[in-house]
Design a protein. Structure first.
Length: 398
């Protein structure tokens, strides 16, 4: 089917079903549908085991930059969107003049923007890695980004438009534990509330979850900070199946206990194309999106039943082709970079490797006996999950 035929099909379906896609909105829908289709085809062609190393450029936000996690002061960053649980530093949107309390003491007020709301909770608030409530004269109030929340009295008349914004208003006072300078604020946040799957339908009420499929669905459909795709254009059943897949219990080989297969802990704090953001989220469980008819479906790389069988009688002559990947391009060691809470939410590496292939290459003198592939999966915060994905990439690449 050509792009023009696909466009006409969407237009005809919209007229028959009276879904109200007219003018600019119809064009937007068509562009997104075609883009998702092409993007999914490209991902399927190159395969998860052969995806290139992710871009290490300057388009990453403060959470994933190199170096110490630091509170920013800028009006150029977007308001972050946070799914799951993460440690973040926030962005200062207001700071008062210092009020002198004595010869060596002063006090000031700050407001720190954290992310879009409504979130579930803020479980830790620190200044210079010290709990704020343990610092003399210091205090803070957290706002979760509800539609009805008010402006904190510390910043009343100075800051406006804080509804739907998760932020912290704080009082800072110098003491032996907090000297002058630029205090650094950090927070551990349980992120956005989203709609969840109950085994039969998607809920209307929003709750906190780390399930990556629920978060992908929210980002696709949310009209404030997401792509704004209508929920009627999302295939509920396929998203439900993938949701249950991520929620399944699997063995944790380190603890000999079971754990949930896939979590997503991820913050969108830089301007990036929507499809790149979605792909980062999908990679945490090897998911992919496809457009089927007028709906967007989700799938997961793995063992599935055959949906179409081909043989010599059903393949048009000269229409089928295939290629082999060079042995030198097939990795026998896959390194996955993820975020580890045990190391203060810093970026660490885990890897999977095929020692048999490495020894075989070395014995036969095939050049470098270790062929590495680096994968960046910053939406993962568990060693066990990152290790499982590393092994899956290694298997799929072989």
């Amino acid at each position: 089917m050509t792009n023009e035929e696909y466009k006409n099909k969407i237009i005809k379906s919209a007229e028959e079903d009276k879904i109200g896609l007219t003018g600019v909105w119809l064009v937007i829908y068509w562009v997104i549908a075609i883009a998702l289709t092409i993007y999914s085809i490209v991902q399927l062609i190159i395969g998860p085991g052969k995806r290139p190393r992710f871009d290490m450029g300057d388009d990453r936000g403060p959470r994933y930059q190199f170096g110490h996690l630091a509170t920013t002061v800028t009006n150029e960053l977007p308001v972050p969107v946070l799914y799951g649980t993460l440690k973040v530093a926030g962005n200062i949107i207001y700071q008062s003049e210092q009020e002198e309390l004595g010869a060596y003491e002063s006090k000031m007020y700050r407001a720190i923007s954290i992310c879009e709301g409504e979130i579930s909770a803020i479980t830790e608030v620190k200044v210079n890695d010290v709990e704020i409530d343990s610092l003399p004269g210091c205090s803070s109030t957290q706002y979760l980004g509800t539609p009805e929340q008010d402006v904190d009295e510390r910043i009343s008349g100075k800051v406006f438009g804080v509804r739907h914004l998760c932020y912290s208003a704080c009082t800072l006072q110098t003491s032996d534990d907090l000297r002058t300078g630029n205090p650094n604020h950090t927070f551990i946040v349980n992120g956005l509330k989203v709609k969840t799957w109950n085994g039969a339908i998607w809920s209307t009420e929003k709750t906190f979850t780390r399930n990556p499929v629920a978060c992908v669905r929210d980002f696709l459909t949310n009209t404030r900070y997401g792509l704004g795709i209508a929920e009627t254009d999302i295939d509920d059943a396929s998203f439900g199946v993938a949701y249950d897949f991520c929620n399944e219990l699997v063995p944790n080989t380190d603890t000999d206990e079971s754990e949930v297969r896939a979590y997503l802990d991820f913050i969108i704090d830089a301007r990036k194309p929507g499809l790149d953001i979605i792909q980062t989220m999908l990679d945490t469980f090897l998911g992919f999106l496809i457009v089927s008819g007028n709906t967007i479906k989700i799938g997961v790389e793995g063992t599935q039943s055959v949906s179409q069988a081909f043989d010599l009688d059903s393949i048009m002559k000269s229409s089928f082709g295939y290629t082999y990947i060079s042995k030198d391009e097939t990795p026998n060691r896959v390194r996955v970079q993820y975020i580890d809470p045990e190391y203060d939410y810093s970026k660490v590496l885990t890897y999977a490797e095929d020692k048999i292939d490495q020894d075989d290459r070395l014995a036969r003198g095939l050049g470098e006996h270790i062929v590495e592939q680096d994968i960046e999966l910053l939406g993962i915060t568990r060693f066990s999950q990152a290790s499982r994905i590393a092994n899956l990439y290694l298997y799929l690449a072989s």
